[in-house]
Design a binder for this molecule. Structure first.
Ligand SMILES: *Cc1c(COP(=O)(O)O)cnc(C)c1O
Length: 417
């Protein structure tokens, strides 16, 4: 075998890639060493749970002299290391930790930052499981949480207390694609000297880079656009090194480590990340415009449309509007169900960001436990549909939506048909 490459392939900030490469180049190459095992072009999957030391001298070099190498699977693996570097390069972050899921990233990050007696602020439009974790579970550890209405910056400002550790929000949010004004968020956070956390899953680093706007930590569900093929779960937290190190330390105990093979699929998905998201932005914009003019549609929510309440904020802080389009169809619950039942191309499934177009009906999927009154209080109507476009031909997606809408609008099959 050839001698091992001189670059230390264990350092987190491997400098084999100039930082100034474009996003597409970084999505393909960042984080990888030029020379790899067996001259492989792809990063090999090292499917092992533990790593052997050659001898006692190597143990000593590792434990006392800072030799960088792998030790045990929960503390990291080669594909995880490359993925963390690559995601950091895409998001413009100093450091990154990759997790087994987006929720593992969210919960580990929050737990790493808070102490008993702390207070946190979260916007009411956050991912349901994140809200649940913050409002229900954290209480058990003496951490209080104020949920503020999304977009009300005065209320947000007043909600911050002396013991507030951070403000957490998403942007864009689910399902209405509300956009948080990150400049306003930073002004409030700076005034009170609290940390800011943004779940940027719906945007991806192609459409928005919150760290460049001063946000302290970005969270990603890599399950969505980053992996992009509806085949794995993954998550990440990104930010400056000192903060991310605290999270990494807890991650090693919490154990939400991403499996080496799964992480390979994340790396593979990332290679086409820019191509996919560019296409999804374009398709979503076309579909949103099409639906806005459709006679069977009540209302469309897409931040790239002038009719969206946060269109101006989105234009300022985003470079694309994402692949999710939400809309209310005409009719009632029965019409919404008929619409779903007539889809032939789009799958009825939660999640977003993959190559397959997925549609979800929040009233009967995400909020099925809530009463109609509770749902309506949250703005989740019976006829609300969330469409997450894939990378199929836009014409085919629109044709499928159109035929399902037309069929749903005919109440029932008449006796003569
Ligand atoms: C999906 C999602 C999560 C959770 O990620 P998982 O990978 O499913 O654990 C968190 N936040 C947002 C905005 C999401 O869309």
């Amino acid at each position: 075998m050839k001698s091992t490459p001189k670059t230390d392939h264990h350092t987190r900030h491997a400098g084999s890639m100039p930082a100034l490469h474009g996003l597409s180049t970084r999505a393909i190459h960042a984080g990888e060493d030029r020379l790899r095992y067996a001259d492989s072009i792809t990063t090999p999957i090292v499917q092992t749970s533990t790593y052997a030391f050659k001898d006692s001298r190597e143990i000593d070099a590792y434990t006392h002299h800072g030799k960088e190498r792998f030790e045990y699977g929960r503390y990291g693996n080669p594909t995880e290391l490359v993925a963390s570097r690559r995601l950091a390069a895409l998001e413009g972050a100093e450091d990154c930790v990759v997790f087994a899921s987006g929720m593992s990233a969210v919960t580990t990050t929050i737990l790493a930052l808070v102490r008993s007696g702390d207070h946190i602020v979260i916007t009411d439009d956050a991912y349901k499981k994140t809200l649940e974790f913050c409002s229900a579970y954290l209480q058990r550890f003496g951490v209080t949480c104020t949920i503020v209405p999304f977009g009300d910056y005065a209320v947000l400002d007043r909600a911050v207390r002396k013991n507030t550790r951070f403000i957490f929000s998403e942007s864009p949010t689910n399902p209405y694609l509300n956009i948080f004004d990150l400049e306003k968020l930073q002004a409030i956070a700076k005034k009170h000297r609290v940390l800011t956390l943004i779940d940027s899953t719906f945007a991806t680093p192609y459409n928005q880079r919150p760290l460049e706007l001063g946000v302290d930590l970005v969270l990603q569900s890599g399950t969505k656009y980053l992996a992009g093929h509806n085949d794995i779960l993954a998550g990440a937290v990104l930010g400056r090194k000192a903060l991310v190190e605290e999270i990494r330390a807890l991650h090693k105990a919490m154990g939400g480590v991403i499996d080496p093979h799964c992480c390979y699929l994340l790396l593979r998905g990332l290679k086409t990340f820019v191509l996919r998201v560019r296409q999804q932005n374009e398709t979503a914009m076309r579909v949103a415009e099409y639906l806005e003019g459709h006679p069977l549609i009540q209302r469309v929510y897409y931040p790239g449309l002038k009719s969206h309440p946060h269109y101006e904020i989105a234009r300022r802080q985003m470079s694309g509007f994402g692949g999710v389009v939400t809309f209310d169809i005409k009719g009632g619950l029965a019409a919404a169900k008929r619409f779903l039942d007539h889809l032939k191309l789009c799958y009825i499934a939660p999640s977003l960001g993959g190559v397959e177009t997925l549609i979800t009906h929040p009233a009967t999927v995400t909020y099925y436990r809530d009463t109609r009154k509770e749902r309506y209080a949250l703005g989740i109507t019976d006829t609300l549909i969330r469409l997450a476009v894939g990378v199929e031909d836009p014409e085919d997606i629109m044709a499928d939506l159109d035929q399902a809408l037309r069929r749903a609008s005919r109440r029932r099959r008449g006796p003569y048909r």
